[in-house]
Design a protein around this ligand. Structure first.
Ligand SMILES: CC(C)(COP(=O)(O)OP(=O)(O)OC[C@H]1O[C@@H](n2cnc3c(N)ncnc32)[C@H](O)[C@@H]1OP(=O)(O)O)[C@@H](O)C(=O)NCCC(=O)NCCS
Length: 159
């Protein structure tokens, strides 16, 4: 089966996929951007979301969910790559996200995509339940205290 990745404004589709892949989580938010993996019959089998936070000039990868029948097809990797490419295009300096500590598929896919673990400084307790990751996009890598702002966003979203 071949899949294509599309960026879409269709919040209703995103809500539906979110409900199916994150049944216990609250809706991620209408202000995020959304991407879908579409199969050859035109059906969405995975989705991902991201949001740009101007205060830290960073893009936060907020969700990625793959329907059971499409797991194992590297869709999360593809959805990570297209969101990173989007982050570059809009001029973000870095991309950040988090996983629960035992979400091995996501950990593998993020490290493969060039993300690195980030040890929180202002929110150390985050580490008890989550791993935070950062991928630098700016050449200098000089983001200073903006990573702390990103930590605050993770802390807020991980509640
Ligand atoms: C997490 C999720 C997005 C991954 O979907 P996916 O794109 O199908 O992932 P894949 O199976 O293609 O890739 C996972 C990789 O991790 C590897 N992996 C999985 N569990 C592993 C483990 N315990 N140890 C080592 N590697 C592991 C897989 O072998 C695979 O690598 P491969 O391509 O070399 O075989 C999907 O399972 C999902 O939607 N889960 C529910 C929602 C969720 O947890 N989302 C992520 C948080 S935002």
């Amino acid at each position: 089966m071949k899949y294509r990745i599309v960026k879409s404004e269709d919040i209703e589709d995103a809500r539906e996929m979110h409900k199916q892949t994150f049944p216990d989580d609250v809706w991620v938010g209408d202000d995020h951007d959304y991407w879908f993996a579409i199969d050859e019959s035109g059906r969405a089998v995975a989705f991902a979301s991201a949001i740009y936070y101007p205060e830290c000039r960073g893009v936060y990868l907020s969700r990625c969910g793959v329907l059971r029948e499409a797991v194992g097809c590297q869709l999360q990797s593809r959805l990570i790559r297209c969101r990173v490419a989007w982050a570059r295009r809009i001029g973000a300096d870095f991309v950040f996200t988090f996983t629960t500590i035992k979400n091995y598929p996501s950990i593998v896919n993020l490290l493969r995509a060039g993300f690195r673990f980030h040890e929180p400084t202002v929110h150390p307790r985050l580490m008890e339940v989550f791993h935070m990751y950062v991928k630098m996009l700016c050449v200098s890598g000089m983001v200073g205290n903006r990573l702390e702002m990103a930590e605050a966003r993770v802390a807020e979203n991980a509640r």
